[in-house]
Design a protein around this ligand. Structure first.
Ligand code: ZN
Length: 136
């Protein structure tokens, strides 16, 4: 896949407003975007750390994957996102290699990115998102 960099790190939080305040206070970072992704039942908040972002994720419904994650494991790192080019081809290639995908076709994520998740069973226990910014 040859990712160019870590686009963002997704952190599941129980209370987004509380977590934003805390990150701003402790790390002196400024949240620059809050966005709801209805399809994934999450509300997200973004911070920049160099070229990588921190994405805080809060569930907007008890059926949200983030709600289930927090129920099972508590707050914490939910996924790491690699920036790639040609995301559709990368997914097809990964599938042919026997990688277990959550999304075999990209979908729209926050910030207008095309995203797809790879199952933690295929990545030694960490959910990996691959994403492509087709506008940039
Ligand atoms: Zn993400």
């Amino acid at each position: 896949m040859n990712p160019s960099h870590i686009e963002h790190i997704g952190i599941a939080v129980a209370d987004l407003k509380n977590a934003i305040d805390h990150y701003e206070k402790v790390f002196g970072m400024k949240c620059y975007n809050i966005e709801e992704v209805a399809e994934q039942k999450v509300r997200t908040a973004f911070f920049r750390v160099g070229q990588t972002k921190i994405e805080l994720l809060e569930a907007t419904s008890p059926e949200s994957p983030i709600a289930r994650f927090i129920e099972n494991r508590g707050e914490g790192i939910h996924h790491i996102a690699f920036a790639v080019r040609g995301i559709e081809e990368q997914l097809k290639h990964a599938e042919r290699q026997g990688v277990k995908l959550i999304d075999s076709v990209p979908r729209k994520g926050a910030e207008g990115l095309d995203i797809a998740f790879i199952h933690p069973r295929s990545t030694h226990g960490v959910m990996i998102e691959i994403c492509e910014d087709k506008n940039g």
